[in-house]
Design a protein around this ligand. Structure first.
Ligand code: SAH
Length: 280
């Protein structure tokens, strides 16, 4: 088995759009290093066909007002090399004051609280700003809030649920609509020996109620949709950490949360992403 590696060097402003495009084209993983993005594909199409499709995406970028001048190259890798390349993109990362996210194949050597993650092909490695911001805000909130029940909506690899368990929450519920994420989150909860995490396939509607803290790292439209359901599931005085919206989308999310009876406590802007701390 061989894999195709497509390497692009996009302008910063076009990076996310190109990563999305490669996901749509069936990329099974990405590595980002020093401004270069490598997408990996199974060899069911030729490297040339994949490059052609990315070339045809340039006018779409241009039409969106984005820089379309990315460089493009490709390689064919034996499976062994692909695994190594993929893993090289992950390193331990310190987060907040006391947490450290550690890839499952690295021996933890840290005084910090370890959150061990096997990223598989699912979102949530801690390499994304929004995940790290959620974890830091959770760490801060855990010190001052009741820590009986935590809900993670859109758990991906389970990273926030594991963080919550590590930060002392007694009962942790994690939901995701993607069955691959549910598998990954269950596996990772086990890797961390977190027996107090329940992973469910579904949406917020499938989670119980009475949570002290809810984390949701999701697109703005979904956050807006779930505002009433989220409010219903928070204990009085409970808090929610919302992330995943782009700068400019936050006001609509704040409005939806306010209409659902919640109030904004804090807003953090990290690069182009916004995270909100909301309370009931
Ligand atoms: N919580 C992780 C992953 C966030 S990615 C982190 O912070 O890094 C968002 C995840 O939400 C994906 O795994 C996706 O499958 C899931 N998702 C998207 N819409 C959802 C919805 N309406 N309900 C539950 N999960 C959803």
């Amino acid at each position: 088995m061989t894999y195709i590696e497509i390497r692009i060097r996009p302008a910063e402003e076009s990076r996310d759009a190109l990563i999305n495009k490669m996901s749509e084209m069936g990329s099974i993983g990405f590595v980002e290093l020093d401004g270069e993005v490598s997408g990996y594909f199974e060899p069911d199409r030729t490297a040339e066909a994949l490059c052609d499709e990315l070339d045809r995406f340039r006018p779409v970028l241009k039409a969106s007002g984005l820089d379309a001048s990315f460089s493009l190259s490709h390689n064919v890798l034996p499976e062994r090399d692909w695994n190594e390349t993929w893993k090289k993109g992950f390193r331990p990362i310190d987060v907040g004051e006391n947490l450290c996210i550690i890839p499952s194949w690295i021996q933890p050597e840290t005084d910090r609280i370890p959150v061990i993650i096997d990223p598989g092909m699912v979102f949530g490695t801690g390499h994304h700003e929004t995940t790290r911001t959620c974890l830091s805000l959770m760490e801060r909130t855990a010190r001052i809030s009741s820590r009986k029940a935590f809900l993670d909506i859109g758990t991906g690899t389970g990273i926030l649920a594991i963080g919550a368990s590590r930060l002392g929450f007694e009962h942790v519920t994690a939901v995701d609509i993607d069955p691959l994420a549910v598998d990954a989150a269950e596996r990772n909860a086990e890797l961390n020996s977190c027996a107090n995490i329940t992973v469910l396939q579904g949406t917020i509607d499938d989670a119980g109620a009475g949570f002290d803290l809810i984390a949701a790292n999701l697109l703005a439209e979904i956050l807006i949709d779930i505002a009433p359901a989220l409010s219903e599931r928070l204990n009085p005085g409970g808090r929610a950490i919302l992330s995943g919206m782009l700068v400019g989308q936050e006001q609509a999310v704040i409005d939806a949360m306010t209409s659902a009876g919640l109030s904004l406590q804090e807003q953090i802007i990290d690069d182009k992403w916004v995270s909100l701390m909301i309370s009931r």
